[in-house]
Design a protein around this ligand. Structure first.
Ligand code: CMC
Length: 375
């Protein structure tokens, strides 16, 4: 059996995320993602993904406190990100910093509780790592807003050095919920593959960040933002799209391995969020541009199963939140880490080393010729 791209191959049984393509619904642990986006928080959603149930008030408070305790990473990690060259890509700095979080820790215990505690440490520290590197490359010292409430508020505050408005913090919170988990995507599979060797959580998350970087996966949210800038105005959409297709290029923020018969259900939330932020700012440029792209590309390519994906509207939302374009990608990682950790812990419950096979199509029996005789 040969399944290019492992399309349709089931690698594990799961209770984490269900994508109901028929009814255009996504469920985290049985809860409708749209309801979570409306009523929950990233912290509560992460707890749900990791523990399988919504926390009681005291459990949620304890979880939030523990996450907040890990906001400032160990000093060797701080040093590393403050010394990274300004030209480094923020996603590379994040990947390296998460890897370095393993230094000095006794990593032998791989029990679920200990791996979840590592997941909490990583999740807690990611916003600071991303924000402090961005400030450092702008010549600014790190901001450590001790009074920040939510994970989302802490990140925006640590990035800007100023408290964000409650609406901005909530908009990012919703993005973090929406991006937190999406079944056996490439980075979740990468995390699980690494975890299946019984390597630790730091190793699994580091590898998952590396996977997320690619432009066919998370990197698309950076490319989609660059596209918005390049297209510039809704009236240029048709010409720009035609030029790209004529050059054989793919349009960032469109297409998905799963959503071939209709758009991603998460778009309902993201379109609304993008519109709300546009209205708040009185600036509809980016959202109208994305809507026009959606309309034109869908009319042109839906017969091939191409619809917009989350990265199109994430790019719009991140523009309204004023994120530097290349910070879009580590923000995706700050959220998706919740899913990665959940998958690692779940897979280990019935761990089996992931070791597929391949079909050899090369020659055999070639004779070795010494280098001097090779002509
Ligand atoms: N623009 C134009 N044509 C496309 C696009 C696109 N974005 N995506 C796929 N196609 C075409 C593709 O060229 C192929 O055409 P043909 O049959 O004529 O050769 C057809 O659609 C089927 O493509 P595929 O490669 O079989 O589709 P896939 O399921 O392997 O690819 C994908 C999924 C996400 C890699 C792809 O759609 C893509 O490259 N999209 C652009 C990058 C992107 O937005 N990635 C984010 C994905 S969603 C969020 C995430 O995972 O992070």
């Amino acid at each position: 059996m040969y399944f290019p791209g492992l399309e349709g191959v089931v690698v594990k049984e799961t209770k984490i995320c269900h994508i109901d393509l028929e009814n255009s619904k996504i469920y985290y642990r049985g809860y409708d993602l749209e309801e979570l986006a409306e009523r929950s928080t990233f912290e509560e959603t992460a707890y749900l993904l990791w523990h399988g149930n919504l926390p009681r008030r005291s459990e949620l408070e304890e979880f939030r406190r523990s996450l907040a305790q890990h906001r400032i990473p160990p000093s060797h990690v701080k040093d590393l990100l403050l010394r990274a060259p300004r030209a480094a890509e923020p996603i590379d700095v994040l990947r390296t910093a998460v890897s370095a979080m393993a230094f000095g820790e006794d990593l032998r215990d791989k029990s679920p509780q200990v791996e979840l505690a590592r997941g909490l440490k990583i999740t807690g520290a990611m916003p600071y790592i991303v924000a402090a590197f961005d400030r450092s490359r702008r010549g600014l010292g790190p901001a450590e807003p001790a009074e920040a409430g939510s994970h989302a508020e802490f990140f925006l505050w640590a990035l800007r050095g100023e408290r964000p408005s409650p609406r901005e913090a909530r908009a990012l919170d919703v993005m973090l919920i929406i991006y937190a988990e999406h079944s056996m995507n490439n980075s979740a599979f990468t995390a699980v593959t690494v975890a299946s060797t019984l390597a630790d959580m730091y190793a699994a998350v580091t590898a998952a960040i590396a996977s997320l970087k690619g432009p066919l996966h998370g990197g698309a949210n950076v490319d989609a933002s660059l596209m918005l800038e390049e297209v510039g105005d809704a009236k240029n959409v048709e010409r720009w799209v035609e030029e790209q297709l004529a050059k054989g290029r793919r349009i960032p923020g469109f297409g998905h391995r799963l959503y071939k018969r209709g758009p991603d259900p998460r778009l309902r939330v993201l379109r609304r969020l993008a519109r709300d932020l546009a209205a708040e700012r009185g600036d509809y440029r980016w959202v109208e541009l994305a809507e026009r792209l959606e309309e034109y590309v869908t009319a042109k390519l839906s017969q091939k199963g191409i619809y917009p994906n989350t990265d199109l509207y994430a790019a719009v939302i991140f523009r309204y939140l004023g994120l530097p374009v290349d910070v879009n990608l580590p923000v995706f990682a700050m959220s998706r880490v919740a899913g990665w950790v959940a998958h690692v812990v779940e897979y280990r419950q019935a761990n089996r080393l992931i070791r597929p096979t391949e079909r050899y199509t090369g020659p055999v029996g070639l004779r070795y010729v010494p280098v001097e005789e090779r002509g």
